[in-house]
Design a protein around this ligand. Structure first.
Ligand SMILES: NC(=O)c1ccc[n+]([C@@H]2O[C@H](COP(=O)([O-])OP(=O)(O)OC[C@H]3O[C@@H](n4cnc5c(N)ncnc54)[C@H](O)[C@@H]3O)[C@@H](O)[C@H]2O)c1
Length: 298
């Protein structure tokens, strides 16, 4: 891929998306500074630094020679801490990483947001999306600290652009896992489809997650951008219209949808990033798969 930065800081580099991203970037000849609270897996990065992304001095030490940042470090679910811990950790980490990068003159950052940034999928009050397909402008209705942290991170990205002129792509990842895990989860969701209706049964193969991050690092853009992502079909192998009729009958469908989805509007991913998903759990992997990542498949 042309135009990749020479050195990239990956935060949360010991996590699932972080390991796959590090491995792919290293393969593409990019130098990676891997940063994470702890490292339980061996990293192929040439610089591996353990530390807290909320710690200004620690983050500053990771930024030597860095041209772009992929910020993935976060507590990735509201159940993994008290609301104050989840919210505080995630927003302070994102602020600190973008502020330090901005101060050091870094020009591009990719931040892991989430399909949950609009709050509805994790909201226990029975609210539904205002419409399908879910796009980046959909009205938010947030009840939990994780979703709020992702929504706030997108505001932090806008501030960082204004203050430091750093281009930030906030990627709204849906459920993003390796193929085998997705297939296992799909079998569970088939038995209880209602549990994923409010996120439109959206998923993304981890390898497509990495491809989207790489696109976001290289796309010719300026400013802060929020970009929704999805595979080109649904986690459940059933026609989208049938699922909507059964599990979201009152929600308007505002734009044409394919027979098997997706129910996330991926126009911006395509137009802004040139990103099209390659992988589906309902199709065999492409022959000559360009992203046979050990961490992803192992
Ligand atoms: N995987 C998904 O389904 C999914 C979906 C939507 C959004 N996301 C977002 O993508 C990002 C990566 O997700 P993942 O699935 O790889 O999660 P993960 O839990 O596997 O990885 C998170 C990493 O961040 C690190 N970390 C946590 N707090 C930190 C801190 N204060 N300082 C430094 N490092 C810290 C952890 O040690 C871990 O290595 C997260 O921001 C998550 O919210 C993931």
């Amino acid at each position: 891929m042309s135009g990749l930065p020479e050195r990239v800081l990956v935060t949360g580099a010991d996590g699932a998306i972080g390991r796959a991203t590090t491995e792919s970037l290293v393969r593409l000849g990019v130098k990676v500074t891997a940063f994470s609270l702890t490292f339980e897996h061996e990293s192929p990065a040439d610089r591996v630094i353990a530390g807290d992304a909320r710690d200004e001095a620690a983050v500053s030490r990771t930024l030597d020679d860095v041209d772009a940042v992929v910020h993935l470090a976060a507590i990735p679910h509201p159940s993994l801490g008290t609301p104050a811990t989840v919210y505080g950790t995630n927003v302070v980490a994102t602020f600190t990483v973008l502020a330090q990068a901005g101060e050091r003159g870094v020009r591009r950052a990719v931040v892991a947001s989430s399909v949950n940034a609009f709050g509805v999928p994790m909201n226990s009050h029975g609210v539904e999306p205002a419409y399908f397909p879910i796009d980046e402008e959909i009205t938010a209705d947030i009840e939990d600290a994780y979703s709020l942290s992702k929504n706030s991170d997108e505001a932090t990205a806008r501030m960082a652009w204004r203050r430091w002129g750093i281009d930030v792509v906030s990627l709204r990842f849906p459920l993003t896992k390796d193929r085998r895990t997705l297939m296992r989860m799909a079998a569970d969701i088939e038995r209880e489809p209602a549990s994923m209706a409010r996120e439109g049964w959206a998923y993304l193969d981890l390898r497509d997650g990495v491809r989207a991050i790489e696109r976001a690092l290289t796309a010719p853009l300026t400013g802060p951008h929020v970009v929704g992502l999805s595979a080109d079909d649904l986690l459940i192998d059933r026609p989208a219209a049938e699922l909507l009729r059964e599990y979201a009958p009152g929600v308007p469908v505002r734009a044409p949808i394919g027979e098997y989805g997706p129910l996330i509007d991926t126009t911006r991913a395509r137009d802004l990033l040139g990103f099209e998903p390659l992988y589906s759990i309902h199709r065999p992997d492409p022959v000559g798969d360009p992203l046979e990542l050990g961490t992803v498949n192992g």
